[in-house]
Design a protein around this ligand. Sequence first.
Ligand SMILES: [Zn+2]
Length: 152
Amino acid sequence: MRLTAHFSLAELTASNKAAALRIDNTPPADVLRRLQGTAEMLERIRSTVGRPIVVTSGYRCPPLNRAVGGVTSSDHVTGQAADIVAPAFGTPYQLARLLAPLVSTLGIGQLILEGVKGKQWVHVSTRIPDKLFNRVITITDAGAQVGIQVLS
Ligand SMILES: [Zn+2]
């Protein structure tokens, strides 16, 4: 099922972990509505970046979220978040730097540059966090920092 011109429901629910553990990651109706909004945000990001956006993790049903060690309050569980990379554009750091000044324009509620356990990606969510200083942050093995920071 195509949600927008460049993003499908399959892309936003695919998970190797779910497949390996035989977890059914089919979203319920309320999540599906939010995934539509997430796909529309990704579409705006794609037109800004001008290159394909690869979704590495979208919706996670609660059992899948537990299996990947996600926090229980994760926006992935409500269908409001996606982890993305854009290899044809640049590194996750470069992608985050491009998007950070545009969060309001693009309807990105939260932007996180993540560099954890040797992997790097950009987390985008349609939900604005309760504490506004958490809107654009960098998370590494060392913890969270405000703004987009260079990853070592
Ligand atoms: Zn994420």
